[in-house]
Ligand binder design. Structure first.
Ligand code: B1M
Length: 211
């Protein structure tokens, strides 16, 4: 069986085909890891096209939905084979901010890149980030903000994470009003302008093994 068909199903967001081809690949005794890789290639492709403005948010959402459909079938085999995401990412929209569409896109793209993602939702106080970071030991923490009035919450969250001893966890920030300059000012490790860049940045920060 040719796994490029499965990659194409993810790229085009065809969830029925994605589920069917995933099952076919499993029945054909293709290694779960290889099946997973073909899904990730599809998500990477849609991410790259999003960055080039060739596709937009809806296409990203339907590709992620197709990937989710495949993962429902594939996940038990990955677990049985001891294949688990190597890296964990914690994500949330900071305190005072209820916008979650962009944050959800980043979360989906990270899942598509085979990160274990713990999504804390919106209006997340710094203490909740600290508590969840201690519980899940993430390599990456992602903070999202859409309001200029909630940008200071990012600073407070970073300060509290660092004060709690989480000094090596890499913090990525993003959202419409966020800039690289602001990331530098508040001591974030990185800024990502969009969901596809958030994957590139996260992979870069955890090192070559995640690529
Ligand atoms: Co609000 N809102 N909103 N809103 N809202 C904006 C952000 C605003 C720019 C609209 C405007 O005035 N033109 C404005 C902010 C102005 C400012 O601060 N400069 C605004 C305002 C003022 C408000 C309220 C205060 C309005 C009011 O009640 N008076 C209020 C605040 C509520 C609160 O949060 N406490 C409010 C409420 C809402 C709704 C609830 C109605 C709704 C949110 C629904 C939801 O998210 N579930 C809403 C919406 C939808 C918007 C707009 C129209 C769209 C935002 C969006 O989802 N964009 C927005 C105007 C606009 O942007 N055109 C606006 C699509 C999304 C895919 O893009 O979120 O930018 P975005 O995410 C991108 C990147 O930024 C990046 O990747 C994503 C995809 O590539 N990214 C990251 C995001 N997070 C990242 C994290 C990363 C990396 C990249 O790493 C971790």
């Amino acid at each position: 069986m040719d796994l490029s068909q499965l990659t194409d199903a993810i790229k085009s967001g065809n969830r029925k085909a994605a589920a069917l081809l995933t099952q076919e690949a499993i029945d054909a005794k293709i290694e779960p890891r290889a099946i997973l890789d073909s899904l990730i290639v599809g998500m990477d492709d849609i991410g790259a096209r999003f960055q080039r403005n060739e596709v937009f948010v809806p296409e990203m959402l339907i590709a992620a939905r197709a990937m989710k459909e495949s993962m429902i079938i594939l996940e038990p085999l990955l677990i049985a084979a001891g294949i688990r995401p190597e890296y964990t990412a914690l994500i949330g929209t900071v305190q005072g901010d209820l916008h979650d569409i962009g944050k959800n896109l980043v979360s989906m793209m990270w899942k598509g890149a085979n990160f274990n993602v713990v999504d804390l939702g919106t209006n997340v106080p710094p203490e909740k980030f600290v508590e969840a970071a201690k519980e899940h030991n993430p390599q990456i923490i992602g903070l999202s903000a859409l309001l200029t009035t909630t940008m200071p919450s990012m600073k407070t969250t970073i300060e509290q994470l660092r004060a709690a001893g989480l000094t090596s966890t890499k913090i990525i920030i993003g959202g419409a009003p966020i800039t690289q300059e602001f990331a530098n000012q508040i001591g974030a490790d990185a800024f990502a302008p969009d969901a596809a860049s958030a994957v590139e940045v996260a992979r870069y920060l955890v090192g070559p093994k995640a690529a």
